[in-house]
Each structure stands twice: as C-alpha cells, then as structure tokens.
Design a protein around this ligand. Structure first.
Ligand SMILES: Nc1ncnc2c1ncn2[C@@H]1O[C@H](COP(=O)(O)OP(=O)(O)OP(=O)(O)O)[C@@H](O)[C@H]1O
Length: 315
C-alpha cells in the first residue's frame, strides 16, 4: 500500500447552535491524502469548512470524528512540525521583524546559539526580500511585508508541512502576485509539502499540483480532485498562454457556480473514500465557447454559499 505523507480519514465536525444543542455536521466523511512535496489547494464556498479542516491538520482544533496522520503519526495537537500562515499575519507587535522570526527559530532549536538563530532567521528574511527591514516593528510594515514575515517565519522552522489559510487574501493584486512568485520559488527550492486555502481560482491553478473541490455544507464533502497538468515551471506571465489554463479554470468556476450545491452522495457512483481525480487541462474537447466563458468571468470572485445553505450551515 502507498504510504502517503498526510492521510485524512473520515473527518467530521459540527458546532453547537445558539441554543447549545449540536448543530448539523459542517462536513463529514472527508478523506484525502497528500504526498511529500505536493502542493495541494482546497477551494469551496465560504462556510463549507475549509479553515476548520486546516485547523484540524494544524492540531489547533479537534474534529468530532476521524483521524489525521502525518508522516506516520497521528496529529493530536499543535507542533513545530507544521508551519501555519493565516490571512491576519499574527506577528508579535513588540518584536522586530527579525525578532519575530528568531523567536520561532529559537523555539524550534532551543540548543542553538543566538548567532546561529540570527543567521538562520536572516537567511529566510532575505528569501522574501526583507533583510533590510529586519530591525523594523510590524506597525512600520505594509500588509504585504507583514505577510512576508509570516511566510519567512513559517519556512524558517523547516516544517514538515506548511498550512496556508488564504495568506494573500488581504493584499492588493500587485503585492499578491509578487509574493506568490516568492512562495513558489521557496516551495520549489525546499520541496515543501503545502496545504493551502484560497478563494482565487487563478492562484489555485498557478500554485497547486492538485486542487480539492469542496461541496457546500452542511455535510460538505470533497467532491472531486483536479490535477493541474500544466508544467510545474509555470509562471504568472506564461499561465495565460497555455490552453490548459482555460480548461482548468473553466472546470473550477463551473464547479463553484453550479456543481458545488449538489450533494456529492447524490451523484451516481460517488464514494467519499475514492474521490474522482480529473484532468480537465488535458480535455482538448472543451469548446472555444466554454473557454471564452471562462475568460469573461471575474478573476477574483469571492464565492459565497447560496443563502439558504449558509443558514442551514449556521443552524
Ligand atoms: N468556533 C466556532 N463556533 C461555531 N461555529 C463555527 C466556529 N468556527 C466555524 N464555525 C462555523 O463552521 C462553518 C465552517 O467555518 P469555516 O471557517 O471552517 O469555513 P470556511 O469554508 O473556511 O469559510 P471561509 O471561506 O469564509 O473562510 C461556518 O458555518 C462557521 O460559521
């Protein structure tokens, strides 16, 4: 049997309603795996449970049912083996940029000397172009710079896995693009295993090896997996020249606009243990009309579950 680096089995979670009684499962019967060095992105409408899943992988939250195994061991709580980057960068405001990274590095390798910690931290600040800002405090930085510190800090502890929860969601398009490029360069250089949440389908296609499509809650599921079959050396500049890009994008948008509302078990042949893997990029049958439709959709729509589902989720 193949040993996957990360194995998620039968995960489920519900939250109590306002009257304290258990609510319906936000998601249940969630199964997926991630291989070492793979970059996996999850997309789905707001409220379907993506952040909850990421928090369970991080060990920050407990699932009601199911298991997460990483590198052969069950995840039971937070650990420096996993680096987490949130949309809100969570920097310590009283520490400098270098101090924020050095604190994490010192916690990871308590036996290291001050000089070792400093040199190692600076190396990662350099990778995100922030060596010159090492002495600044977080309030002196732009949003993009703060997010870079968060990324440098997460990589600097050499985590076995990096968990990114919409890390670029609050950034303007220009900063977002630059940091995406930096992230890709570091991920490729370090062969880092990554699980990331985004609402941006273009970001998903640029960064991911595989994209998990999550259906709407309650009882949300991983409905399908999309393999990004374009060359891993793709860049923001070249992405749009590849016909595969439009096919993949169209497939993702079609899922979010139309198919996410369909409850997967009602799809004939659906098996939560064996999620269908599709390669729309290689589907040369996609009509020019479909491709045009994909291009004309706004690139960074924030996708929100239809109202009745959100209420059902919160009920
Ligand atoms: N601590 C909590 N207590 C009660 N309900 C919660 C809690 N955390 C999350 N929820 C609910 O669980 C559901 C899933 O939330 P979650 O944040 O995981 O979704 P999401 O898919 O990440 O959404 P978004 O894309 O908007 O970040 C939502 O309906 C949310 O209101």
């Amino acid at each position: 049997m193949t040993q996957h680096f990360l194995r998620v089995e039968a995960l489920s979670k519900s939250y109590p309603g306002s009257d304290g009684t258990p609510g319906p499962a936000v998601f249940d019967d969630v199964h997926f795996t991630i291989d070492r060095g793979e970059f996996v992105v999850i997309i789905g409408h707001s409220g379907c449970g993506k952040t909850t899943i990421l928090n369970v992988l991080a060990g920050l939250e407990q699932a009601d049912g199911g298991h997460v195994f990483m590198d052969g061991r069950e995840v039971g709580g937070p650990s420096l083996e996993r680096g987490v980057v949130f949309q809100g960068h969570a920097l310590m405001p009283w520490r400098t940029v270098l101090g924020n990274v050095a604190f994490a590095v010192g916690s990871r390798w308590p036996q290291w000397s001050r000089e070792q910690i400093r040199t190692h931290s600076l190396k990662f600040l350099e990778m995100v172009g922030l060596a010159a800002a090492a002495g600044k405090k977080p309030h002196q930085l732009s949003g993009g710079m703060k997010q870079r510190v968060g990324i440098a800090r997460a990589f600097a502890i050499s985590p076995k896995m990096l968990l990114l929860d919409e890390p670029f969601g609050a950034l303007d398009a220009l900063s977002r693009g630059t940091i995406q490029d930096e992230l890709l360069a570091i991920v490729h250089a370090t062969q880092q295993t990554v699980f990331m949440i985004t609402h941006d389908v273009d970001e998903a296609i640029l960064l991911a090896d595989r994209i998990l499509l999550m259906s709407n809650g309650p009882h949300a599921k991983i409905a399908e997996m999309v393999e990004v079959t374009m060359s891993r050396s793709r860049t923001r500049e070249t992405l749009h020249h590849d016909p595969q890009y439009y096919r993949i994008r169209n497939h993702l948008v079609d899922f979010l606009m139309r198919r996410a509302q369909t409850h997967p078990p009602s799809i004939s042949g659906y098996d939560a243990h064996h999620i269908p893997l599709v390669r729309p990029g290689l589907d040369a049958q996609a009509s020019p009309e479909m491709l045009l439709h994909a291009v004309s959709l706004a690139p960074q729509q924030r996708l929100v579950q239809p109202r009745q589902n959100q209420q059902a989720c919160a009920a």
